[in-house]
Design a protein around this ligand. Structure first.
Ligand SMILES: NC(=O)c1ccc[n+]([C@@H]2O[C@H](COP(=O)([O-])OP(=O)(O)OC[C@H]3O[C@@H](n4cnc5c(N)ncnc54)[C@H](O)[C@@H]3O)[C@@H](O)[C@H]2O)c1
Length: 305
């Protein structure tokens, strides 16, 4: 299968590319390298350094004619989206529309979209949140992800374009950087490995649903062979506090650095956790990696670096 992956030089996108290449697919990567790294890009993929807003994208669609587009490129920094909502919307909304217009024009068979279960439900009313939980995003970033889903719905309804939106929980693992939704893992792990003191924002009892990168890649692999259209949560259904993440990372890194708290970040979501039973029902997917094991592998990869 010929697959175009946007954001294929970034954390999640590059692992997805590796998975697709390993399965024998032909992969094309578009990334502007604003955050991604060239060294992350699988050497078997054809790489185009381009912004998803660039009209030149059309030339790539025309020459490559991908069957599937897997859209991971995005401005991913929630705090930056609060400070510069216009910038966020330009990349995440206008960039997505540019891509979808080309998908329509060049008759792409299926689009997979990296959405965010961590950012679109807002302060949850139900735990864990299923896909029909009310959406009430508390950041321009979350709103831009919702806008992407609404456009996908429109292209499906009006142009019959098949899509699947994967609403990720907080994804962590090797190659992640400190800016994304599970940035706390990268920040704490790197500080602890350097013998520095990480600071926990507020009381550290805020929770997130941490899903390991290999499980996310597996969802993207399965999604290629599946025709379900709509939104699907990809997480674990397990809530973990920042204090617990800190404790496990201290054990893994074998440091004796103690827990230190700073002021809470204003507007930070308190709890987040996803119900992933739909993913199991329609994709036959469920997370396999325990948090301890995923964190161990993540620390190991940072140590090697
Ligand atoms: N990391 C998480 O926990 C998480 C959770 C939910 C959803 N997501 C989504 O998954 C996707 C990948 O996230 P990630 O954590 O791997 O982030 P990342 O920053 O590592 O990857 C994003 C990639 O997109 C590229 N990019 C950014 N803007 C671009 C543009 N305008 N044109 C072309 N390329 C551009 C960057 O250079 C980078 O390589 C994003 O869409 C993000 O919103 C991530």
């Amino acid at each position: 299968m010929k697959i175009l992956v946007t954001g294929g030089a970034g954390f999640i996108g590059s692992h997805v590319v590796d998975g697709y290449v390993a399965d024998g697919n032909e992969v094309i990567v578009i990334d502007n390298l604003s955050r991604g790294k060239k060294e992350n890009i699988n050497t078997h993929a054809r790489f185009f350094q381009l912004d998803i807003r660039d009209p030149k994208i059309e030339e790539i669609f025309k020459s490559e004619m991908p069957e599937v587009v897997n859209h991971h490129a995005a401005q991913i920094d929630v705090r930056k989206s609060v400070e510069e909502p216009l910038c966020d919307a330009e990349a995440n909304i206008l960039g997505t529309i540019n891509l979808l217009q080309n998908c329509h024009k060049f008759q792409v068979k299926r689009i997979l979209f990296a959405s965010s279960g961590g950012a679109i439900y807002g302060e949850q009313k139900m735990f864990p949140a299923s896909e029909d939980h009310q959406v009430a995003s508390l950041s321009p970033y979350g709103i831009s992800k919702l806008a992407g889903e609404n456009y996908l719905f429109y292209y499906k309804a009006v142009h019959n374009m098949s899509y699947l939106s994967l609403r990720y929980a907080n994804v962590y693992g090797p190659r992640q950087d400190p800016y994304g939704e599970a940035g706390v893992v990268a920040i704490f792990a790197q500080k602890l490995l350097q013998g520095q003191q990480p600071v926990i924002n507020g009381d550290g009892k805020q929770t997130r649903d941490y899903v390991y990168i290999d499980d996310v890649v597996e969802a993207n692999r399965i999604a290629l062979q599946n025709n379900y259209c709509g939104e699907i949560n990809i997480g674990t259904g397990v809530e973990t506090t920042v204090n617990e993440i800190f404790k496990i990372l201290v054990e893994i890194t074998e440091t004796d650095i103690s827990e230190t708290h700073g002021p809470p970040k204003p507007g930070e979501q308190r709890r987040s956790c996803l119900d992933c039973s739909l993913a199991e029902k329609v994709l036959g997917w469920r997370p396999k990696t325990e948090l301890q094991e995923g964190l161990r592998r993540t620390v190991e990869s940072f140590r090697e670096k």
